[in-house]
Design a protein around this ligand. Structure first.
Ligand SMILES: Cc1cc2nc3c(=O)[nH]c(=O)nc-3n(C[C@H](O)[C@H](O)[C@H](O)COP(=O)(O)O)c2cc1C
Length: 205
């Protein structure tokens, strides 16, 4: 009887151990899979979110181009909105007394930004777009560049306009920013085709 009991016990032990070791190898495999997935996600996330398109647009032209750049490059997008929105009267360049005329006549004007701040962490390239106002960047763009640090980031200015080139606006922004690696950038037609935009992006240096 004692022999039978010890035989049964030994049998239980063997079965128990086998079950246990089977479980642990499954668990190990599961852990491996989880580690692999995490590593894959890490790789994915490291290539995502490196490019940001920042833009200000009073009447929608620059917004359209900004959205196309974001779609081509897979970039995130951030809109600079004025705390006090520009009305049609504010934008009247024929009026010496309009808000935009006053602001553009005063290089130290810094209209307040109303949109929530954006974190620039992880971004390596920023396209920064705006309309040309009186041959320059709207002063709110200076508010923006003076509010952030662009160390280690390639900055690409682009503008839309009624015909004027980008002029010195990119240089003004670079000077006021005081950080970032600023490329020359350029003026883009508001109705630019995707192919032309791709060619412009590929030709940037
Ligand atoms: C106050 C003001 C000043 C402007 N000055 C110029 C200018 O100097 N040269 C030019 O070609 N277009 C000028 N424009 C036209 C805008 O640059 C053009 O319409 C631009 O595409 C508008 O972009 P948005 O729709 O993104 O605001 C001016 C527009 C405004 C409202």
């Amino acid at each position: 009887m004692r022999k039978l009991l010890s035989l049964l016990l030994a049998l239980c032990l063997i079965i128990g151990l086998t079950a246990c070791s089977g479980g642990s190898s499954e668990e190990a495999a599961e852990t491996d899979n989880t580690a692999e997935t995490a590593a894959e996600e890490q790789t994915d996330s490291s290539s995502v979110g490196e490019t940001l398109v920042v833009y200000f647009s009073a009447t929608g032209n620059t917004k359209g181009v900004a959205e196309k750049i974001a779609s081509i490059t897979g970039a995130d997008i951030y809109e600079i909105k004025a705390a006090q929105e520009y009305t049609e009267a504010d934008l009247d360049w024929n009026d010496d007394d309009s808000r935009s005329t006053h602001e553009q006549n005063d290089p130290s004007a810094r209209p307040e930004i109303g949109s929530d701040p954006v974190s620039l962490e992880g971004y390596k390239t920023i396209y920064i777009g705006y309309p040309i106002w009186w041959g320059e960047e709207p002063r709110i763009m200076d508010t923006f560049v003076e509010s952030y640090e662009f160390d280690g980031i390639t900055m690409i200015p682009f503008c839309t306009s009624g015909g004027s080139g980008i002029g010195k606006s990119g240089q003004n922004l670079a000077e006021n920013a005081g950080s970032g690696n600023w490329l020359e950038g350029g003026r883009l037609e508001s109705g630019i085709s995707e192919d032309d935009l791709k060619a412009w992006i590929e030709g940037l240096e």
